[in-house]
Ligand binder design. Structure first.
Ligand code: 13P
Length: 286
């Protein structure tokens, strides 16, 4: 059972270690604005499940900056009387500076993604972020291998190796690892081809929780298999974006005279909440 809290942001350590032990996954939903954040918090509170709010670097810029986001999320947690554990997490931070700025502003967790670099350079940057974050009780996720983008299935040589995962973990003491094992950001053009064997092996060799990026569009059976192979955090963005924008497009088609932005934007609320509810159930978080 999760502990209900008192309006604080938390790192992901407790929520993910419980998920790893009990074999379910905590949802990481990306946020893009005030409304998405509100809908995610409300739906997760309704179901009493912990949640990780992921914010990409471009979303941080879009919303005005790290301080704006921290103020907004803390305000929502208080005003909506949210008592579930909420982790505010930088998604794919590309540098030490981005992570430091977010931590200083009050984020409770960061991902440093130096996966495009050579292993020794990835280790060096990740370790610098861990050293800064851990003194402040902030959790750190890192990435290794190459997660695909926009549909094309990655080739096997883009997948993380077990040896590199162990080296990265031992040299940095990260709190969670996203090993690229065939997943893709955005919708898939072909059936996803995840390396479950390697996922299982990495999970057996590492004591920390594993993260699956590119959670949109993976068939339910494969999601369940990934959780059985040790995935404890699943990132979802594209499916929320698609559901929200289709709903808004339909609303505008059917209501050509409406111009109140609150009516337009909130016409996507039900669609987004439906996706959240489905994912929570599928991930076994409830
Ligand atoms: P999708 O957009 O494919 O759901 O991936 C989200 C993600 O992995 C964010 O880090």
């Amino acid at each position: 059972m999760i502990k209900l809290g008192d309006y604080m942001l938390t790192n992901f350590n407790e929520m993910l270690s419980l998920a790893k032990e009990k074999k379910y996954a905590v949802p990481h939903f990306n946020i893009n604005n005030l409304e998405w954040s509100k809908y995610i918090l409300e739906e997760c509170q309704k179901e009493k499940v912990p949640v990780i709010l992921g914010v990409s670097e471009s979303a941080i810029k879009y919303m005005g900056g790290s301080n704006t986001i921290v103020g907004m999320i803390k305000g929502l947690i208080k005003d909506l009387e949210i008592t579930i554990p909420v982790c505010l997490h930088v998604d794919h931070g590309s540098s030490f500076e981005t992570c430091k700025e977010a931590i200083d502003a009050g984020f409770s967790s960061v991902m440093i993604d130096a996966s495009a670099l050579k292993l020794n350079e990835n280790i060096e940057i990740t370790k610098k972020v861990v050293d800064y974050a851990h003194q402040k009780g902030i959790s750190v996720e890192a990435e290794i291998g190459h997660i695909g983008s926009q549909g094309a299935n990655p080739t096997n040589d883009m997948n993380a190796t077990v040896e590199d995962c162990i080296k990265l973990y031992q040299a940095t003491e990260i709190d969670a690892l996203a090993p690229a094992l065939g997943s893709v950001h955005g919708f898939y053009k072909e059936e996803p081809n995840l390396d479950f064997e390697r996922m299982k092996e990495i999970n057996e060799k590492l004591p920390i929780p594993l993260v699956l990026h590119g959670g949109s569009g993976i068939p339910d059976e494969q999601i369940k298999k990934a959780i059985a192979c040790g995935i404890s955090k699943i990132n979802v963005n594209t499916e929320l974006q698609a559901a929200w924008s289709y709903a808004i497009r339909n609303f505008l088609e059917e209501n050509k005279k409406v111009y109140d932005p609150r009516k337009i934007i909130s016409s996507g609320e039900e669609a987004i909440k439906n996706v959240i509810a489905e994912k929570i159930k599928l991930f076994g978080t409830i």
